[in-house]
Every structure is written in structure tokens, then in C-alpha cells.
Write a protein that binds this ligand. Structure first.
Ligand SMILES: C[S@@+](CC[C@H](N)C(=O)[O-])C[C@H]1O[C@@H](n2cnc3c(N)ncnc32)[C@H](O)[C@@H]1O
Length: 158
């Protein structure tokens, strides 16, 4: 991985952001390979990217929608940003109504559209929670945020 100013672009319940300093003390100063099987928002991984020399990272998570999102950020960030900008405009016009229309739209999507939906819901749902019902549909209610930054270009591009 290359050194950047990146921090996580997602909120995540149980994220290790507050534990980063303690975990850092337990981690070698020079990292050759890093295995993160429970990636979530990658708080500790992004900390290592900033604080260690270049290393090889093996990142995984059982949530396929999360993994798709990371892949799209890596491979199709410009298209992803365009779709997120549209969500940002739609949300700022219609807030809660727009949130539920996106959340409950189950039509087929490209991987990039799915990743944009994932980030949009993460930024606007209650507490950034991720929860699905028995048939796999995201069912977290709308959160209460004033002017959430749905498309954070800098974080996505870094
Ligand atoms: C609390 S988050 C991880 C936080 C992250 N390591 C950090 O640095 O902030 C836990 C993640 O583990 C994933 N997970 C839970 N059970 C899993 C399993 N059996 N195999 C792989 N991932 C799993 C969840 O999808 C979730 O994204």
C-alpha cells in the first residue's frame, strides 16, 4: 500500500477508530504483510497505511456489499463520485423521502451503482448501521443529520 492521507470513508458500528492508538502500540513499526479478515470501515488498516512504510495488505469481510464498495472505490472512483453527487443533490432536495426511495429500490444495479447506494445509505441512515432483513434487504431507518457529506471526493480519491 502507498502512504496517503486517507482515513476511512465509511462509518461503521464497532469500528476501531478509538482503539487505534492502543492497537498501534501492539503492532510492529515495520509491517511487511497485513491480514485484516474483519475489515468493516478499515479504521485500523487506514491508520497503518498512514503510519507505516509501504506494505502488502490482504483485506476481507463477509459482507459482499462492503467488499464490492471497496473494489469500486479502487477501480471506478470517478463514475462512483458522479453517482454519489446525484444522490447528494437528490437527498438535499428531498431528505427522508429520497432516502427511502433509494433504500427500497431493489432494481438491478451495476456494481458501481450498488457501491454508490451503499455509501449513500451509510452516510444517511441511522447511526451508519448496516442491517438487513431475512431476504437481505437493507432495513435501517433514516438518520437525523444536518447536511451530511454524502460525496466526500477527497477521501474517496486519496
Ligand atoms: C467491527 S467491524 C471491523 C472493524 C475494523 N477492523 C476496524 O479497524 O475498524 C466487524 C466486521 O466484521 C465482519 N464480519 C463479521 N463476521 C465475520 C466473519 N465470520 N468473517 C468475516 N467478516 C466478518 C462484519 O461484516 C464487519 O464488517
Amino acid at each position: 500500500m502507498h502512504k496517503t492521507n486517507t482515513t476511512s470513508f465509511l462509518k461503521w458500528a464497532g469500528g476501531k477508530r478509538r482503539l487505534v492508538t492502543s492497537l498501534d502500540k501492539l503492532t510492529p513499526t515495520s509491517v511487511d504483510r497485513y491480514f485484516e479478515p474483519f475489515l468493516g470501515s478499515g479504521a485500523f488498516f487506514f491508520h497503518l497505511v498512514q503510519s507505516r512504510k509501504q506494505f502488502k495488505a490482504y483485506l476481507s469481510d463477509s459482507n459482499p456489499h462492503l467488499i464490492n464498495t471497496y473494489r469500486e472505490v479502487r477501480d471506478n472512483v470517478n463514475e462512483l463520485i458522479e453517482i454519489l453527487m446525484d444522490h447528494q443533490i437528490g437527498y438535499h432536495k428531498n431528505g427522508e423521502k429520497y432516502y427511502y426511495s433509494v433504500r427500497d429500490n431493489q432494481s438491478n444495479k451495476t456494481n458501481t451503482e450498488s457501491a454508490a447506494k451503499f455509501i449513500f445509505l451509510n452516510k444517511t441512515c441511522y447511526n451508519g448501521l448496516y442491517r438487513v432483513n431475512k431476504i437481505g434487504n437493507f432495513n435501517v431507518p433514516h438518520g437525523r443529520y444536518f447536511n451530511p457529506k454524502i460525496c466526500n471526493k477527497e477521501k474517496l480519491i486519496d
